[in-house]
Ligand binder design. Structure first.
Ligand code: T4K
Length: 375
């Protein structure tokens, strides 16, 4: 019988800047007296992120959710938007906050992403856009989605919250679609404690989003439209500047851990591990397994509870589906019968701990526990 971990081992642990380096950055901010409102640190972070990600039109925001809400406004989305139910609450909520009706589309069994083959049947005269999510950093079928969008004159706004630094055949993930949102929450590979970014393919859209994040103000005497407050502050931008050079090493470490998990769990009956996709530069934000109760002997919920007894705090990302939230479940597209794959996946996935400070021994022990609890 294995002993539980002495301390809880969480699904992630945030990357932290060196405290002395942060102190030096704070001194610069204190000297400048500029704490917010598009100061030097925010501008530097935007420049460095644009360079790192290979994107020209990039702006940072106070969080990913507000960035997504602003993107909907900047793209003038309205009516209905087709999206995935297998995502974090923020995706569908950003539409609802813009008085847009989310129309839920089923997902692919292998990638957990929006299934492009199910999109066309959901398009009506009220549809203005598609909002797919690159779930767990795995790219959507960007080419098929683009073809459908062009055929019906729809915008494509990607929720790339998990996909920082991901590339498809060498192209940055945010070069696809009209706009993409990255989350810089503390639980993400690159973060600014709270924060987010939008990348656009049109400079006009960036200009509009920049004004929308600052109340719609366009000049000293001119407010163009009802904007909001979506500004990132200088201290958080400084955290981002210090973390950016650490991202590559973090991804490398996570890649090793992902490989180790794959080797140790790949042959366990009833457990499916995620695999790299051809042509994709991955960023390894989460390690997610699928559990088939008939073969493994325990359900996902039973594994979740058992792991907790060993101090392994896994997460049921993404359960419940957005389409099953009380606020959306009355929408016709949300019915369980229309989303068979998404409902099946949401009931069987489990995210295991994954971060750069995990040791090989930790991974081995978690895998031993998973094998040991198997009836
Ligand atoms: N779209 C998608 C697809 C998203 O996944 C998200 C966010 C968004 C949009 C919206 O972006 P933001 O507005 O958040 O920028 C977390 C995050 O809060 C959320 O950002 C993220 N997705 C979501 C998938 O996960 P919780 O409720 O699961 O987080 P929490 O607090 O349980 O944290 C998970 C574990 O991480 C904890 O057990 C311990 C560890 N942790 C967490 C924090 C915050 C730490 O060790 N230190 C920390 O400071 O939502």
């Amino acid at each position: 019988m294995l002993e539980p971990f002495k301390e809880p081992i969480f699904v992630t642990k945030p990357l932290l800047p060196d405290i002395d380096e942060l102190h030096k950055m704070l001194e610069l901010i204190w000297e400048s007296n500029q704490l917010s409102n598009n100061g030097a640190m925010v501008k530097q972070l935007e420049r460095e992120l644009s360079g790192y990600l290979g994107l020209d039109q990039l702006s940072v925001f106070s969080n990913g959710t507000v960035a997504l809400q602003i993107a909907c406004k900047a793209l003038r989305l309205s009516g209905e938007v087709i999206t995935t139910p297998f995502t974090f609450a923020a995706t569908a909520h950003s539409l609802a906050w813009n008085n847009i009706k989310p129309v839920f589309c089923d997902i692919e069994e292998d990638t957990f992403n929006l299934n492009p083959d199910c999109i066309e049947a959901l398009i009506t005269q009220n549809t203005t856009a598609i909002l797919p999510v690159h779930v767990f950093g795995n790219p959507c079928n960007v080419e098929k989605i683009q073809r459908i969008a062009e055929k019906y004159g729809l915008k494509v706004l990607y929720d790339a919250a998990h996909a920082f630094g991901v590339k498809v055949n060498g192209k940055p993930i945010a070069s696809f679609g009209d706009a993409s949102m990255f989350s810089f929450h503390a639980t993400k590979i690159f973060h600014t404690i709270e924060g987010g970014a939008l990348a656009f393919n049109d400079p006009y859209l960036k200009e509009r989003a920049d004004s929308l994040r600052n109340f719609g103000i366009r000049g000293t005497d001119y407010v163009m439209e009802p904007g909001t407050n979506g500004k990132l502050n200088e201290v958080q931008a400084a955290v981002g500047i210090l973390l950016l050079p650490k991202v590559e090493a973090e991804i490398e470490k996570r890649k090793e851990i992902t490989k180790q998990y794959g080797q140790l769990l790949g042959n366990v009956s009833g457990i499916t591990v995620s695999k790299d996709m051809p042509g994709v530069t991955h960023n390894y934000p989460y390690f997610v397994i699928r559990i088939d109760k008939d073969k493994y002997g325990l359900s996902r919920d039973e594994v979740f509870d058992k792991l907790k007894e060993y101090n392994v705090i896994s997460r049921k990302y993404f359960y419940p589906l957005c389409s099953n939230y009380q606020c959306y479940s009355d929408i016709p597209s949300a019915s369980v019968s229309r989303l068979p794959v998404a409902n099946k996946i949401a009931d069987t996935v489990l995210a295991l701990p994954l971060h750069g400070r995990m040791q090989a021994d930790d991974v081995e022990k978690i895998c031993d526990i998973i094998k040991g609890i198997m009836p």
